[in-house]
Design a binder for this molecule. Structure first.
Ligand code: ADP
Length: 254
């Protein structure tokens, strides 16, 4: 079966400093539908926000953030488990750092774990293991982690679900006249160097980390769709009907 990696960001998964349960359920329903046509791998953010619902630490401090992530990861996973149980889907938790893609040996081990899960119809749920890792070992955002996962697992597509309809010619939260790009075939170096622009207190990436993820995949002959995670219809039409309605498709193919 074809493989797809779905990455959901904090902007979609959190609301008022907590996990947005209804949106999580919508995502889980979409994945349950996709499983008839794809092997799905989920990359999820949201551990820090989930932790914040249990204890109020300062997430701008390194230890506070790590302590929140450690408290929040099981809360996040239990949220997913309850919802995937409705569809009788078993899940596995995989926590990774940038180091896991460092050597062929480690990447191969990771690939084999994912292969074993998918062969046994288990949905791998991946997050960055930022709890005991040093900043040098971390991607720092799940956009680039998910691109590495997509490439290492030979997925044909990475779908990034965010709080926007796709990639615009300027920041849509600041410019009302921003225009959405439907397809991008290459990204100039300067846009990959811009500062990060997260839109949510728990988000870390902003658009630049998504563009870096797209660039990484396009250079390796893979595709990425950036689309709305509040309204999943664009992701659904693309994946289930092959129709590109909304969302930006990054593809090396011209
Ligand atoms: P997530 O938690 O889903 O990773 P982020 O908040 O990190 O989301 O990134 C998405 C945000 O990036 C958008 O809500 C938007 O405010 C910002 N952004 C800045 N420039 C652009 C652009 N050119 N196109 C789309 N979004 C942009």
């Amino acid at each position: 079966m074809k493989r797809v990696v779905i990455k959901v960001g904090s902007a979609v998964l959190t609301e008022h400093n907590c996990i947005a349960k209804e949106r999580m359920l919508n995502l889980v329903s979409l994945i349950a539908n996709l499983k008839n046509s794809y092997d799905v791998i989920l990359v999820t953010s949201g551990a820090v926000a989930a932790g914040y619902s249990a204890l109020k630490l300062d997430k701008s401090k390194q230890i506070g953030k790590k302590a929140l992530a450690a408290a929040g990861q099981p809360i996040l996973m239990s949220g997913y488990k309850k919802k995937f149980d409705i569809y009788d889907i078993d899940t596995a938790q995989i926590l990774l750092t940038e180091d896991d893609f460092d050597s062929r040996k480690r990447t191969k081990m990771f690939q084999e774990i994912i292969d074993a899960h998918l062969a046994n119809d288990i949905l791998p749920i991946i997050n960055e293991n930022d709890i005991t890792s040093t900043p040098e070992q971390l991607f720092g955002d799940n956009d680039q982690l998910s691109a590495n996962v997509a490439y290492a697992t030979n997925a044909e597509l990475l779908v990034i679900l965010s709080d926007i309809d796709g990639y615009y010619d300027k920041n849509p939260s600041e410019h009302k006249d921003a225009k959405l790009y439907k397809t991008i075939t290459e990204l100039p170096e300067d846009v990959l160097k811009d500062d990060s622009t997260p839109n949510n207190p728990f988000a870390t990436g902003g658009i630049v980390t998504k563009l870096k993820a797209a660039d990484f995949l396009m250079k390796r002959g893979k595709k990425m769709l950036l689309c709305n995670g509040f309204d999943l219809s664009a992701a659904e039409s693309f994946l289930l009907k092959g129709e590109h309605t909304l969302g930006t498709l990054f593809t090396g193919e011209k």
